[in-house]
Design a protein around this ligand. Structure first.
Ligand SMILES: [Zn+2]
Length: 451
């Protein structure tokens, strides 16, 4: 406890940023004695420091329009030092949050850098509010195109639904060319803005119709760079289906769900013609994403665009290799395995297309049992479900891998939000890399609270 307080106190003098610490037992024998729970080891524990907070006056509030038309209030603050950086802007998330804070212009607000890089406003010092201060109200019209904003049922978000809104078009193109999507290098925000302003691109298919002359005619565009952009656009046709799916900016579809959809259906044609139920059955694609994808492919404006993109040679097939060894099978793991943790076994099964469930039922395909397996093994025997050991699992995988099935490069997908927050919010860009811990995480904000 004492050490954690000392480290916490020296946070600012460290050459990197920390938001917590991990306490581990060094003694391997003791580690083994303590073992692990289903989620985390019992011999390591993480502490999270209380987030630093600073108070500063709110100067103004800006309304940003994102790729899906969502309007996000962003606070401009009098610059203040916080956790090693100067903070000038902070997100207000949405207008419910503004109402909760009862935010007024000129208020002195508390700002914190939590787990995210973007600082957020936590509270308002009402006693410091200037006399006659006006409350911050939600705009009724889009700050970019002037169209009335819609408040969609069940969402706290205000949205501009004008599909020609310049803010949305710009964001959509920026997203489409991004690395995780179509990866069109050199086509940066300034060039996109210029191409939109000169009427060269209005919709995504327009990108693939650009000529070298179109590009050269843009301001500050050298011949050589025009050729580079042109080639990069052409090269993006070689991407895989999930990149296109991700790039289309379908609401709620991030790169993980795009990948899962592409992997599952393999072709764009199958995704377009899938039923809502088919879509919702894909791994990690729930009701909300499934419905959104279905709606997208059944909206005339988008089906038209998709037809054009296909004609222009955009990727329509999934190019990754999927391991299908255990596809359609549900396994249950029980007992202590000789050489690996249950968690490792779970990963192996999932990597090879199988599912792992926590309890044995008639739907269980097989049980992977180790030493001291208890009630699950009994139940499996009762139900006549095949029981295998670790050696069997490894042999199956080895046999499959020695065939022509190669590795899947899709590891490491994590974030899957439909919309990326404005990167410009990241204060003065001196944000340091946060060290990713190897310990269990959860949310907590209290002083040195456990998570
Ligand atoms: Zn608009």
């Amino acid at each position: 406890m004492k050490i954690s307080e000392q480290i916490g106190a020296s946070r600012d003098s460290l050459p990197f940023e920390i938001d917590g610490m991990v306490v581990k037992l060094n003694d391997l024998a003791m580690q083994r004695a303590l073992g692990t729970t289903s989620k985390s080891p019992r011999w390591a524990i993480a502490y999270k420091f209380k987030a630093e907070r600073a108070y500063t006056p709110l100067l103004s509030v800006e309304f940003q329009v994102g790729r899906t038309g969502a309007v996000t209030p962003v606070a401009n603050l009098a610059p203040v030092r916080l956790a090693g950086t100067t903070v000038k802007r902070a997100t207000l998330h949405n207008f419910d949050e503004v109402a909760r804070l009862d935010l007024h212009f000129g208020d002195t607000v508390g700002v914190e850098k939590g787990g995210e890089i973007i600082p957020k406003i936590t509270d308002v010092k009402k006693e410091l509010r200037p006399v006659g201060a006006q409350p911050v109200a939600a705009p009724s019209n889009c700050p970019v195109c002037g169209e009335p904003l819609a408040h969609i049922d069940g969402e706290v978000i205000l949205r501009c639904e004008n599909m020609h809104c310049a803010a949305q078009v710009q964001c959509l193109f920026e997203h489409f060319v991004s690395r995780e999507a179509m990866n069109i290098e050199n086509l940066g925000p300034a060039l996109i803005a210029s191409l939109i302003a000169t009427g060269k691109i209005k919709r995504i298919p327009d990108l693939y119709r650009l000529t070298i002359e179109d590009l050269e005619s843009q301001e500050r565009m050298a011949k050589k760079s025009a050729k580079n952009v042109y080639d990069a656009i052409a090269a993006s046709k070689e991407r895989s289906l999930e990149n296109l799916l991700h790039g289309l900016g379908i609401r709620f579809v991030g790169r993980t769900s795009a990948r899962n959809l592409a992997k599952h259906f393999r072709t764009l044609e199958k995704i377009r013609t899938a039923t809502v139920e088919d879509l919702q059955n894909v791994t990690d694609v729930g009701e909300r994403i499934g419905k959104s994808v279905y709606d997208f492919f059944h909206t005339e404006r988008y089906t038209q665009e998709i037809d054009e993109l296909i004609e222009l040679g955009c990727p329509t097939e999934f190019k990754g290799v999927v391991k299908t060894l255990f596809q359609g099978q549900t396994a249950v793991i029980t007992g202590t395995l000789p050489s690996m943790e249950r968690e490792e076994a779970r990963k192996l099964i999932e990597e090879n297309g199988g599912k792992v469930s926590g309890s044995v039922s008639k739907k269980t395909s097989w049980v992977l049992a180790g030493e001291a397996a208890g009630s699950k093994l009994t139940k499996a025997n009762e139900l006549g479900i095949p029981v295998h050991d670790e050696a069997w699992l490894l042999a199956q995988i080895a046999a499959a891998d020695s065939g022509d099935i190669s590795g899947d490069e899709g590891a490491g997908d994590t974030n899957d939000s439909g919309e990326t927050p404005a990167a410009s919010l990241a204060s003065d860009s001196s944000d340091k890399q946060k060290a990713a811990g190897d310990t269990p995480t959860a949310d907590a904000n209290g002083q040195l609270s456990l998570f």
